[in-house]
Design a protein around this ligand. Structure first.
Ligand SMILES: *Cc1c(COP(=O)(O)O)cnc(C)c1O
Length: 382
């Protein structure tokens, strides 16, 4: 029988002394949050309503965007953005093969065709290869700010203007990241965020947010995430139900008000420390760091020689090093009819074969960072 694999996976990650995830610690103030949830119950305000409005607006502001639209998940954020922009059957969307499944799933579910362009050394889409992938069917570019590292948005936006394309960013890793002193949502037509339990700002289930500066597009998104209803009795267009749950908005607001800046600052500090030490190990290849941008390190990812062996070694020493992810999208079973083959995207394939992510969450101690570093040094000196 096919079962949901998540509960098992959470149990497994709980085994390591140095975890990738930290949900119990992160929500150790849950009694305070439950009090806030109780207010939702007392008001009976279970769908949309004030809590969602406030959260949407605060979240958009925080990422330097005008309008926030709360939706059911990061995947829905991507899917609904494509729908709202009228992208579907017969249209092409340029994106990277080195991403999470949802980027591609959203494009295909919307009816459009994903066109892959190889990744670059920063693990994001290689902007120098985008132009040659543009055809008269291309409607949008979907860059992914992988690990919370902003893509080269000047180049992407320049191409978008030149070829009249929309830029729909998969910013699921990118809450609070900045591109040249601008919040990440300021530099795309639409930015899509996830609040899945394993993301930097996480709720108690699924949730997502779309941020845009385009008022007409925002209006369309408010409609289509809620049955196309302009009010209780009038449906402007047949659509879908993907509202951000009010309960989840309350939890997200709590994190926004009290935790997200600290979570982000601590991740960045941990990553900087790892950078400093790991850059001295010749078997480790870290992506270049762009000094004018702020990366938020949803993942701390590098390329490591003998990756699989190193991962096992670290796991044995109690460190939950993970691979995000071992197989690029064009080599997935789901891509078998798309006409791609091994070797088509050598950089993405190289990243997938050698990448390893180390825990950098806000509860990692200095001692644990030093232990991770010395364990990696030890592995390569044996
Ligand atoms: C998590 C994630 C998504 C999907 O978000 P969900 O909220 O889980 O639907 C999309 N793209 C990327 C890059 C992600 O990491």
């Amino acid at each position: 029988m096919t079962t949901n694999f998540y509960p098992e996976q959470y149990q497994k990650t709980g085994q390591y002394p140095i975890n990738h995830n930290y949900l119990a610690e992160q929500f150790s103030d849950y009694p305070v949050i439950l009090e806030k949830v109780a207010q939702v119950v007392l008001k009976g305000d279970f769908t949309l309503g004030e809590a969602v409005n406030k959260f949407e607006s605060d979240f958009a502001k925080l990422n330097h965007g005008k309008f926030g639209i709360g939706v059911g998940s990061g995947t829905d954020a991507l899917f609904l953005s494509l729908k709202a922009l009228g992208i579907g059957e017969g249209d092409e969307v340029i994106t990277t093969p080195f991403t999470f499944f949802a980027t591609i799933g959203a494009i295909v579910t919307a009816g459009a065709t994903p066109i892959f362009v190889d990744a670059a050394v920063d693990h994001n889409i290689d902007v120098t290869l985008i132009e040659q992938a543009i055809t008269d069917k291309t409607k949008a570019i979907m860059p992914v700010h992988w690990a919370g590292v902003p893509c080269d948005m000047d180049k992407i936006n320049q191409l978008a203007v030149q070829y009249n394309l929309k830029v729909i960013a998969d910013a699921c890793h990118g809450i609070l990241s900045q591109y040249k002193n601008q919040g990440i949502a300021a530099v795309s037509d639409v930015s899509c965020f996830s609040m899945h339990p394993l993301k930097n700002l996480n709720v108690w289930g699924d949730g997502g947010v779309i941020v845009t500066n385009d008022e007409a597009l925002a209006k369309q998104l408010y409609l289509i995430r809620n049955h196309g209803l302009s009010d209780r009795d009038h449906c402007q267009q047949w659509s879908y139900n993907s509202r951000l749950d009010t309960v989840q908005a309350v939890i997200a607001q709590h994190l926004l008000d009290h935790n997200i800046q600290n979570i982000t600052d601590k991740r960045i500090a941990n990553a900087n420390y790892l950078d400093e030490k790991l850059s001295l190990i010749s078997q480790v290849e870290l992506p270049p760091r762009e000094p004018n941008n702020v990366a938020v390190f949803h993942l701390y990812m590098g390329l490591f020689e003998r990756r699989d062996e190193l991962q096992q070694y670290l796991n044995k020493q109690g460190i939950d090093a993970k691979v995000h992810y071992p197989i690029p999208m064009h080599l997935q079973p789901a891509a078998k009819n798309m006409g791609y083959k091994k070797g088509d995207f050598p950089v993405a394939e190289n990243i997938a074969s050698n990448c390893l992510s180390l825990p950098v969450h806000e509860f990692i101690s200095q001692q644990e960072l030093d232990y991770m570093i010395s364990t990696i040094q030890q592995f390569y000196s044996e």
